[in-house]
Write a new protein. Structure first.
Length: 174
């Protein structure tokens, strides 16, 4: 018996600030049939409260507790082994790390580096994070999608291209 439905957000339920066609009606119908609906997103900078507010503006049923982000999942995983981390990402990713009990430090002091969607990304961040990883910091990526969907069918880059050259050096198989 199906009791719950887990839905991806970006590109599935909405694109940018636009709901995908029939998303609101379909989700409302699932809920009316007694199914629990939960949302998951690999947008690491998204915060559950903000996602809930966005869904509400789009007429899509939601509660903050129905949302899980890749930033939240990464924070939970990282907190099992590390305490001091360097972050490249939008503010929501940093907030997720802090809520999980992690301390955000300069990359030179980081035990681990986590990266996610970052609208402020620059070459200095790239250099500092790369140095930390080469010097032994563990490496976590919150999202490997090549694109990020926007309004009007547009897409933006979704993955930092420097990840692949680093990975063989840190033992990951991304």
């Amino acid at each position: 018996m199906i009791r719950a439905v887990f839905l991806d957000l970006d590109g599935t339920v909405y694109r940018g600030s636009e709901a995908c066609p029939d998303a609101a009606n379909s989700i409302a119908q699932l809920i009316s049939q007694g199914l629990a609906v939960r949302y998951i997103t690999n947008n690491s900078g998204a915060r559950p409260e903000a996602v809930h507010e966005k869904l509400a503006r789009l007429g899509i049923p939601s509660e903050p507790g129905w949302v899980m982000t890749s930033g939240m999942a990464a924070a939970k995983e990282i907190a099992q082994s590390f305490r001091q981390i360097g972050v490249i990402g939008n503010p929501g990713l940093t907030e997720s790390m802090i809520e999980a009990g992690l301390t955000v430090v300069p990359f030179g002091d980081a035990e681990a580096v986590v990266v996610g969607l970052c609208f402020e990304f620059d070459y200095g961040m790239l250099q500092d994070a790369s140095d930390a990883i080469r010097n032994g910091a563990a490496f976590y990526a919150t999202n490997l999608d090549k694109t990020y969907p926007y309004d009007g069918g547009r897409f933006a880059p979704g993955r930092v291209r420097w990840l692949r050259p680093l990975l063989p050096r840190v033992g990951s198989s991304l």
